[in-house]
Design a protein around this ligand. Structure first.
Ligand code: ADP
Ligand code: MG
Length: 407
């Protein structure tokens, strides 16, 4: 695969760059500009090479199935990418950054033709086009016709085969034009690949899986059970496994239709699948109501398990302390609430203690935000910027549509 570094002679060339500017914002006020900052190394490198950049990204959701056109217009207005373009301009004071309020048609063509070397044109939110998510060939062809090269740096969108992530590079590649990975993509792909192509020196390889549902994570569980030496289970999903073993789980959530799957996993995993031995439980899962919180081995009727308990934390920390590689997805408890944070923090601490002695990766939207919230981001070898994309990369043995198209 080509990378930004391989792209030579870009002076005067138009490069279609797909970034992930899907920032949290309201009324154009950006709460967190990390995703914009994450794209800067690639954008700066291309600007430095004298390229003319056509920068694209999606922002939020536009539900095209909505029959009321006024509601569609309201969704568009709420997801105008102009705020991200403005922020990019502030972050790159030496570079001319323009915003085009449209992303197809004559206005775009004209704006692109007026671009000078080393300048950036940010096009409107790709999802303003109905065809984006369907990878509509005409839309992809129109975008491809604007450019001489393609750079993919939107890791958070690389699991989606959309017009701007897969359609455009497919066409340009077919025309013999260069398509390449940006720096953020290189970092993500390198780090996550190591978790799927496991070397002997990376063993013991320990996975920690948590979060809400077994059904959301079946492919990840299957893949990691094949590759890892230990798979430690936490989060709500642990109660489906517990239930499958016939253990009392009180009113904890479990998935009836995943019980057979959970049983099968437990049988086939031959001891490498580890379940919590205690839980922090409550008889009311509602922040506004008084509740009773207890630590128990077996969950009594009327109580719900909301975090792994201290014995489990200790056992998991012991296993983690021997690891040479760790992949973590899914919080161990309802980390959004103070009473149920301890398990997730204990896992962060156990991983932090490995500092330098093991390769440690956190992937998944909520897990990554927990790691950041508790101040452990720097203690990991890699915290993925892509929630869904990092999981799909693990699930699909290192493959993602937005990466494979660049091969
Ligand atoms: P990720 O985004 O990292 O892949 P998930 O989306 O699968 O993780 O799960 C995150 C959610 O799981 C969090 O909102 C957390 O509150 C919830 N969760 C974790 N443990 C429990 C539990 N025991 N009961 C209910 N919800 C839980
Ligand atoms: Mg999530």
């Amino acid at each position: 695969m080509l990378t930004v570094d391989d792209l030579k002679d870009l002076q005067g060339k138009k490069v279609f760059v797909r970034v992930d500017f899907n920032v949290p914002q309201k009324n154009g006020v950006i709460r967190d500009d990390n995703r914009i900052r994450a794209a800067l190394p690639t954008l700066k490198a291309l600007v430095g090479k004298g390229a003319r950049l056509i920068v694209t990204s999606h922002l939020g959701k536009i539900k095209w199935k909505e029959p009321d056109s006024e509601k569609i217009e309201a969704m568009k207005a709420a997801n105008n990418l102009e705020c991200a373009a403005n922020r990019l301009g502030e972050l790159l004071p030496e570079t001319k950054v323009y915003f085009c309020p449209e992303n197809t048609g004559e206005t775009v063509k004209k704006a692109v033709s007026e671009l000078k070397d080393g300048e950036i044109l940010v096009l409107q939110n790709t999802r303003y086009q109905k065809g984006e998510e369907k990878n509509n060939p005409e839309l992809a062809a129109e975008w491809a016709s604007l450019a001489d090269a393609f750079v993919m740096d939107a890791f958070g969108s690389a699991h989606r085969a959309h017009a701007s992530t897969v359609g455009v590079p497919e066409i340009l590649k077919g025309e013999g034009k260069p398509v390449a990975l940006g720096y953020l993509m290189i970092k993500e792909v390198e780090n996550l690949s190591r978790c799927v192509e496991v070397k002997d020196s990376d063993r013991p390889y320990v996975a920690i899986l948590g979060g809400f549902k077994v059904s959301d994570k079946i492919k990840v569980i299957d893949t990691l059970l094949k590759k890892c030496d230990y798979v430690l289970i936490g989060g709500a999903m642990s109660y489906t496994f517990k239930k499958a073993l016939g253990a009392p789980i009180g009113t904890s959530p479990f998935e009836e239709d995943q019980l057979d799957y959970a049983k099968k996993c437990l049988e086939e995993a031959k001891g490498k699948l580890i379940l919590p031995v205690d839980s922090v439980v409550s008889d009311k899962f509602d922040e506004n109501e008084p509740r009773t919180i207890k630590v128990v081995d077996e969950i009594p009727d009327g109580f719900e398990g909301l975090d792994i308990g201290p014995k489990t934390c200790e056992e998991y920390a012991k296993i983690i302390s021997k690891a040479k590689m760790v992949f973590w997805n899914g919080p161990a408890g309802v980390f959004e609430q103070k009473d149920f944070q301890a398990g997730t923090i204990a896992i962060c601490e156990a991983i932090a203690k490995l500092d330098g002695k093991a390769f440690t990766v956190c992937g998944g939207g909520d897990s990554a935000s927990a790691v950041k919230q508790f101040g452990f981001k720097d203690k990991f070898s890699h915290v993925s910027t892509g929630g869904g994309a990092s999981l799909e990369m693990i699930e699909n043995d290192g493959h993602l549509p937005g990466v494979d198209v660049l091969r």
